[in-house]
Write a protein that binds this ligand. Sequence first.
Ligand SMILES: *Cc1c(COP(=O)(O)O)cnc(C)c1O
Length: 386
Amino acid sequence: MFAPETLMPALAEVEAAYELFGGDAHWQSEYRRLLETYNGRPTPLYEAVNLAARLTGGRARIFLKREDLNHTGAHKITNALGQALLARFMGKNRLIAETGAGQHGVATATAAALLGMSCDIYMGTIDMERQKPNVFRMGLLGARVVPVESGGKTLKDAVNEAMRDWTKSVKDTHYAFGSALGPHPFPTIVRDFQSIIGTECRAQILKAAGRLPSEIVACVGGGSNAIGIFSAFIKDNGVKLIGVEAGGKGLRGNQHAVRLTPSPHAKPGILHGAYSYVLQDRDGQIADTHSVSAGLDYSGIGPEHAHLFDTGRATYTFATDKEAVGAFKMLCETEGIIPALESSHAAAYVIKQAAKIKKDSVIVINLSGRGDKDIESVAKFLGTDI
Ligand SMILES: *Cc1c(COP(=O)(O)O)cnc(C)c1O
């Protein structure tokens, strides 16, 4: 909890309220009802037979946890609904959030519309320009998008501005962090809300394969979809947990967002209220990042991943932009599923490892979102004009 003094009372209030919220039967059953009837949970676990045949000749089984089938197209709505209910539980009627590509902004605006709350989304002006449809979408949902002109005018700056708003507005406002990031208790809260991915997946794989998976692969931006699916398997030491970061244009230079695979720019540091690994320059300034997928393009990483990395319980690796786009195409062609570019990084790792996959392995890829939002980026990457 490395936060400015002015935020400490707000964080203490959220921590205490969250404790009560977790034990409140009425609010918990309301959350479950929304997850089932509105969010679309449980999401299916689908066996990707064609992909497994292509990559392993049927030596191994590959399953996709279909988070792309959630309302609004990714796992983010599951956290947004939880935090909106928590805000209501605390008697607050306004939600604020940061957004980069707009996915968390859309999810938060959706939850706010559903629960009748007012909603302000902080977004860098460069991101607003790049993501016009999502800016319009948030407006349709009744949210106000607040343009952020400071710093690099992207996600990092949007978080700064949202935190600044919160120091002044905490009486009636809840800050709904979009990933397992930020000061305690947010990494815990977001992990808990997303842990339903792992809980569902554990029951589903036992039913489908009659055993636990050999490995679980998930992409890691801030880390919420990965920690969500990992959490149910952390005690199962036989299950390998693999986080895939954005390798961007490769590890030479700073055109990537690789914070845990040992890389010269990633060092322990404090960013947005948490002590974790942070990409920084020689002077300790936060370094810029690059990824073809906006959701993985962040200099910090959720502190629980830093812990899993340090203890060796999870392994972290990366896929480049090119590898991710290759995986994107392969999933389209073999399975008829257009995956998010973020999720394509997880699939890219499995493709890269294909020759080494042992016979009878059972692999689960967390397909964090759908890729309709990414069509333009992919076309641009491939040099096509649409
Ligand atoms: C936002 C996003 C991510 C990255 O965020 P995490 O908190 O690391 O999960 C990954 N996939 C999709 C589809 C996203 O929208």
